[in-house]
Design a protein around this ligand. Structure first.
Ligand code: EPZ
Length: 419
């Protein structure tokens, strides 16, 4: 297994280019299953989760070819509607193939994704939506079996909770249902808008993506398309925090600042200067950040995927910050590792209180999940001496060449093989 060795203390300077969005690429690549033909998806990051998605689509019979950041997915011939446990267990988003296979072929069998480090992550809202559209759902031996004896029908689906995956899943299913589907209390994340734009390019009729009520008029079939994925807003946010925590001055290319309003407001409250000139976002970190409170919320609230990174920044802030995690029940796995740097953090239920310290000291730490890994790297960038982050396979799921990009900004960071 690889690890990262970081020597802290460098103020990051220079320019970095953000890769395509992992969380938009995953559903968009899966949406290619809906059309009998070859779709070309560009600006797809080279990440483990994308490789897993390509394997999953291939296991169903699609022909997937990667050329740099472009994936060609030919779903003309699908010869099985079963997604097996060994693939689904490595990436939860695999469950999103259930609806498209059901909508196109009338049946599907997909392993239940199970939980992960940050929470139980049930899919009850996904199954509620499929049942509402007329699917028969059976859970057995760890698999979800879905059958549609006749064409799925459009329905009103009111989500009990704002769910990104659930909204994406129902979008990709309702597009081939008979009649209109209305998704109420739908998630509003930019990745959902990106998916809807791609589906509409394929011939779907979706209105309202990005709001909490989405209307989908079912169509008889979809056509393959060529689509460019949006930039990764969480990678962009992570680099904004990297500039902030090191007191650096970084220009971030190909990001959409409007996707990160909540984070920007909080960074500015912490004393970070953010300017957007001709599509290049300049981020200047203060000598020492001010403590700021955050509460994670569904979009457009403060993104849960930026909570761990922001906490790293608060570890060296002037004052105390209260951070509440309202989306996932176990998303403080990074706290015990940050404490190894000398951070002063106490947890009470879903709230962490971070008392900023003047200096963190480098330490050997262990990544536990994707965004926790990023927070440990950020702490290492500013900590004294050497930090070793192990189990960085978590990081490789969501960040394309992170250490190369950080080195390009002057960070002293290298990847080494662990014996
Ligand atoms: C997506 O996960 C993202 N993953 C997550 O990013 C992100 O943290 C999350 O949305 C919230 O923004 C991808 O897009 C691949 P949810 P998802 O359904 O869709 C509960 C990262 O770091 N819930 O919006 O799984 C659930 O338990 C990852 O890139 C139900 O109760 O998240 C959670 O508490 C981590 N029943 C809340 O809703 C359901 O049927 C939000 O989950 C579905 C969800």
């Amino acid at each position: 297994m690889d690890k990262l060795i970081i020597k802290g203390g460098t103020r990051l300077k220079g320019s970095v280019t953000i890769s395509g969005s992992k969380n938009a690429s995953l559903p968009i690549c899966i949406a290619a299953l809906l059309a009998p033909g070859a779709s070309t998806i560009s600006n797809v990051p080279e990440l483990r989760d994308i490789t897993t998605t390509a394997k999953l689509l291939g296991s169903l019979g699609a022909v997937v070819e990667r050329n740099g950041s472009t994936l060609r997915i030919d779903a003309k011939t699908i010869n099985t509607v079963e997604a097996t446990y060994d693939l689904v267990k490595t990436m939860r988003a695999s469950v999103l193939v259930l609806g498209p296979l059901l909508a196109r072929f009338g049946r599907a069998r997909v392993s239940l994704p199970g939980g992960c480090a940050i929470g139980a992550r049930p899919i009850d809202q996904h199954l509620k939506g499929l049942k509402a559209m007329g699917a028969e759902i059976r859970l057995e031996h760890g698999y979800v079996e879905a059958i549609a004896k006749k064409q799925l029908k459009g329905e009103r689906i009111n989500f009990d909770i704002s769910t990104v995956g659930g909204t994406e899943h129902m979008l990709m299913t309702a597009v081939l249902a008979k009649g209109e589907t209305i998704l109420e209390n739908a998630a509003r994340e930019p990745e959902i808008v990106d998916l809807a734009d791609c589906l509409n390019q394929m011939g779907a009729k979706i209105e309202g993506a990005g709001t909490d009520t989405i209307h989908i008029q079912g169509v008889n079939g979809l056509l393959p398309t060529a689509y460019e994925v949006m930039p990764d807003r969480i990678e962009a946010g992570t680099f904004m925090v990297a500039a902030a925590i090191t007191g650096g001055n970084v220009n971030i290319n190909s990001m959409r600042l409007e996707h990160l309003d909540a984070l920007c407001f909080k960074l500015q409250d912490a004393g970070v200067e953010i300017t957007n000139k001709d599509g290049v976002v300049q981020v200047k970190g203060p000598r020492r950040p001010q403590a700021v409170n955050i509460r994670t919320r569904p979009y457009p609230g403060f993104p849960t995927d930026m909570q761990a990174q922001f906490m790293a920044l608060m570890c060296v802030a002037d004052g105390a910050s209260v951070i509440s995690e309202n989306i996932f029940e176990n998303r403080f796995m990074h706290v015990s590792e940050l404490q190894r740097f000398g951070a002063d953090i106490t947890i009470e239920g879903k709230t962490a209180t971070v008392k900023g310290v003047k200096k963190l000291s480098g330490a050997p730490v262990m990544a536990t999940d994707l965004r926790a890994s990023a927070s440990l790297v950020l702490a290492g960038l500013v900590a004294d001496n050497i930090t070793e982050v192990s189990r960085i396979y978590h990081l490789d799921r969501g960040y394309e060449h992170l250490e190369t990009k950080l080195s390009g900004l002057g960070a002293s960071i290298e990847r080494v093989q662990e014996p």
